[in-house]
Ligand binder design. Sequence first.
Ligand SMILES: NC(=O)C1=CN([C@@H]2O[C@H](COP(=O)(O)OP(=O)(O)OC[C@H]3O[C@@H](n4cnc5c(N)ncnc54)[C@H](OP(=O)(O)O)[C@@H]3O)[C@@H](O)[C@H]2O)C=CC1
Ligand SMILES: O=C(O)[C@@H]1CCC=N1
Length: 262
Amino acid sequence: MTIAIIGAGNMGGAVLAGLLEAGHAPESVIVVEAREEQAAALREKHGVRTLPAPEAVAEADIVVLGVKPYGVVPVLESIASSLRQGTTVVSLAAGVPTSAMEPAVPDGVSVVRVMPNTPALVGEGMSAVAGGAKATPDAVAAAADLMGAVGKVVTVPESQIDAVTAISGSGPAYVFMIAEAWIEAGVHLGLTRDDATTLVIQTLAGSAELLKSGTHPAILREQVTSPGGTTAAALGALEQNGLRASFLEATRAAYVRSKELS
Ligand SMILES: NC(=O)C1=CN([C@@H]2O[C@H](COP(=O)(O)OP(=O)(O)OC[C@H]3O[C@@H](n4cnc5c(N)ncnc54)[C@H](OP(=O)(O)O)[C@@H]3O)[C@@H](O)[C@H]2O)C=CC1
Ligand SMILES: O=C(O)[C@@H]1CCC=N1
């Protein structure tokens, strides 16, 4: 199975590193990068091959598109004549529907849309997979297998990909912003920045583990909240300051933006 990754920046690079970490042989991964210095850095760091796009896709069973949304269709047009029958194109781009990509590829090439997230870098990604109208079931399964190497995968109808983008695609940024604010809050209370960082990161990681155990978040929250205690005081302040409404509004904004991009 040869995988070509066109555009190994933040997201394509996370998939690349995650795949290698999961045991994919570096020789079976070909990277296409716009700038030679970036290509050289990836060769050096990961031991992968780098090639111009047409040569890379001519060898590939799966072509992963990690370029910005506006670059997706131009890249497809530039590689169309080199794609082999039976190749699966996996687009990671936000807001680019398969209906915009399919006309740019020859018949016999499947297009699958994936919305991943950056924790793929450490094998803890969350991806949603949606096949285009012309994608074969095998191609959708191959895309799901690929992303399964770097985290969890769900298969959704393409109509839900904008919602997925708003929840898990952009989601890590919500967590990182909360972590930043939380650490600063610790510093405001007199903790050293190092200690505040350790306290916050381990609290996030431990809480994520508890959530993964399957207990409902409301039960876990109740277990921390003593009547009339410190947590109740903090949660009251979060409610008063509109935490839930902020999440509704933030994810709605991401959803609308994802639709606008298409
Ligand atoms: N970042 C994220 O968390 C997520 C991103 N995505 C999607 O992933 C895609 C990439 O985003 P992101 O990784 O953040 O962006 P980056 O800018 O970090 O990565 C894009 C990469 O593609 C390279 N590139 C641009 N044009 C070409 C080309 N013609 N051929 C080969 N390489 C090219 C860029 O090089 P150069 O820098 O030289 O331009 C860069 O390395 C987007 O479509 C985005 O919607 C999806 C989910 C999450
Ligand atoms: O911000 C973006 O547009 C991309 C898509 C999801 C995460 N990053």
